[in-house]
Design a binder for this molecule. Structure first.
Ligand code: 8DG
Length: 150
């Protein structure tokens, strides 16, 4: 007998699916990229600030918490950017949202080794974590085309 699952995908729903959220913080036509400081295998690669959604937490709440912890900033969360990206053989999924800084909050690299504001033309000047590639592509039209135009 064939089993139909409520998610309609023909796959058993994963109770252990880990959701990782990232914030594409955009200011003056540039996005904030953050260099990971750990673990060693990904140190120096670039990502969006964020992390795991904790049990009972919404994705938006997780982003607000992670941006405060990692960058000491307040953010307002906007629309999704790009698609869900499956990671770790489908055990986790990356979801990125656009975000804006509240007032004049200035990001501080509390957990990253460097921060950079990138225009569309500068997006490829850093090495992103591999899972971020489709997100970076979807982000491009939302940014200023080069570093001089805003
Ligand atoms: N934050 C973030 N993580 C990403 C991105 N792309 C990507 O593959 N990841 C991966 C790296 C990690 O394996 C995982 C997130 O882990 P993390 O260490 O940042 O999450 P966390 O702050 O909740 O971790 P923890 O130290 O509290 O356990 O997702 C991205 O753009 N942003």
């Amino acid at each position: 007998m064939r089993t139909e699952w409520a998610n309609g995908g023909g796959q058993p729903p994963r109770r252990d699916l880990k959701v990782i959220v990232g914030a594409a913080i955009i200011r003056d036509g540039r996005v904030l990229a953050c260099a990971r400081s750990a673990p060693p295998e990904v140190a120096g690669m670039w990502e969006f600030p964020g992390g795991k959604v904790e049990p009972g937490e919404s994705e938006t709440d997780a982003l607000v918490r992670e941006c405060a912890e990692e960058l000491a900033v307040r953010v307002e969360i906007g629309d999704r950017v790009g698609r869900n990206v499956k990671m770790a053989h489908g055990r986790s999924v990356l979801k990125v949202y656009s975000a804006s800084l509240v007032e004049d909050d200035q990001p501080q690299p509390l957990e990253h080794s460097a921060l950079r504001w990138l225009s569309a033309a500068e997006l490829d000047s850093v090495t992103w974590l591999p899972a971020d590639a489709p997100i970076v592509a979807a982000l491009r039209p939302l940014l200023a085309p080069d570093a001089t135009r805003q």
